[in-house]
Design a protein around this ligand. Structure first.
Ligand SMILES: *Cc1c(COP(=O)(O)O)cnc(C)c1O
Length: 376
């Protein structure tokens, strides 16, 4: 039997009955768009995240897009984020005509480096008369929170908004606080492979401010005003649908238990993989909880990674490189004018990182097999 990278089938067996019941409920009442499941789910997840408001939407990408639109971002605006993330984080900035300004990451957590952020903000202020620094998007990469005690005041004192890209980290905590309680807004994704996934596309934006909440709900539906056919601004078609909300309500019942299980799996990996020559397992600072969207380890170098991944493949064990090419080197961002050498930490990570199978139902024996194969 082969080991799945993420095991959604086993998970489905845990929630089958309540998922079916939830979907049947939608089929019965027929409110496929903005049915009662939406506000129900929003209330549940806002409470879980310790924020006043949650706005369900069509994907994690659209969540980020809505957040930036609520900040009125456009041409001439600089938004700081890391190049070591999924394309969506910076893509939305560029789609709105604004300019992503990249900031390197910390070599241990792989999250935005506060010192480099400080440098890059100063650099834009002093040397880029064409750009106005507006905001920061921090990413909780692989499920681990960014350093909010440092990043949040830094953004605030620089007059910048902070958007948390929690697409991979919903359910994680920073010093006991839920990640989606940080920033002016926090955005998550319910893509099936994320820690809390639905059975299609979905996302959510979290915020504390009533004003921001009103803006977000308007942007979600074509910039709608108080009356349905009043349009106060330009917006999107970015609703979450009732069926996906029903799936999420069912899956949320087992989510806290799954977070605990993910931690057990991660702890077991850490033990099994410690002391292997040239291999660096991930580390999470004391006091924080990762949801382990991915379990990424570092090999000594590219050759070492190729060798290990080859052995895993031979043993039918899947492994994946997140991310093989940092965003500043992507063709889509050619026009930003970056080149190799601009972000040494991100480039180094891309050259030797790889992810192992990770999900709440990963058996101890399978992890032992994986560790054996890695040892060779
Ligand atoms: C998955 C992901 C997104 C986008 O989420 P979608 O729901 O796929 O649109 C954004 N940022 C990060 C860091 C992600 O991992």
């Amino acid at each position: 039997m082969s080991i799945p990278f993420i095991d959604l089938k086993t998970q489905y067996k845990q929630v089958e009955e309540s998922v079916k019941k939830g979907i049947e409920g939608v089929l019965e009442h027929g409110a496929y768009i903005m049915g009662p499941e939406i506000s129900g789910l929003e209330a549940t997840l806002a409470e879980f995240s310790n924020v006043s408001h949650a706005v369900g939407c069509s994907s994690g990408t659209d969540a980020l897009m809505m957040a930036l639109m609520a900040q009125n971002i456009g041409p001439g605006d600089a938004v700081f984020t890391t190049p070591f993330t999924f394309i969506a984080t910076a893509e939305v900035v560029a789609l709105l005509g604004a300019t992503p300004v990249f900031v390197d990451v910390d070599p241990v957590t792989f999250n935005i480096d506060a010192d480099d952020l400080r440098r890059k903000i100063r650099d834009v202020k002093e040397n880029r008369s064409d750009l106005k620094p507006k905001g920061v998007i921090s990413v909780d990469i692989f499920g681990q929170p960014a350093d909010y005690d440092v990043i949040q005041p830094l953004a605030q004192n620089s007059g910048l908004f902070l958007i948390v890209d929690a697409a991979q980290s919903f359910g994680a905590t920073y010093k006991g606080k839920p990640v989606c309680s940080f920033g002016d807004m926090a955005c998550t994704s319910f893509f099936p492979a994320k820690p809390l996934g639905c059975y299609g596309d979905g996302g959510m934006v979290f915020c504390h401010s009533d004003e921001t909440y009103k803006l977000l709900t308007s942007i979600r539906v074509h910039g709608m005003g108080v009356e349905k056919y009043d349009n106060d601004r330009l917006g999107l078609t970015a609703r979450l649908d009732s069926m996906q909300a029903a799936v999420l309500q069912a899956k949320f019942e087992i989510f806290p238990d799954e977070i605990a299980k993910r931690q057990i799996v991660a702890d077991r990996y850490a033990e099994l993989l410690s002391g292997i020559d040239g291999l660096t397992p991930p580390s999470v600072p004391e006091g924080n909880v990762s949801v382990w969207a991915q379990y990424c380890v570092l090999a000594r170098d590219t050759e070492h990674r190729t060798e290990i991944m080859g052995r895993l493949a031979e043993a039918s064990i899947p492994s994946v490189i997140y991310y093989p090419k940092p965003l500043h080197l992507q063709k889509a961002f050619d026009s930003l004018g970056y080149s190799m050498g601009d972000f040494p930490v991100s480039e180094d990570l891309a050259s030797r990182i790889f992810a192992l199978p990770m999900h709440p139902y990963l058996a101890a024996e399978d992890q032992e097999t994986i560790a054996q194969v890695i040892k060779g």
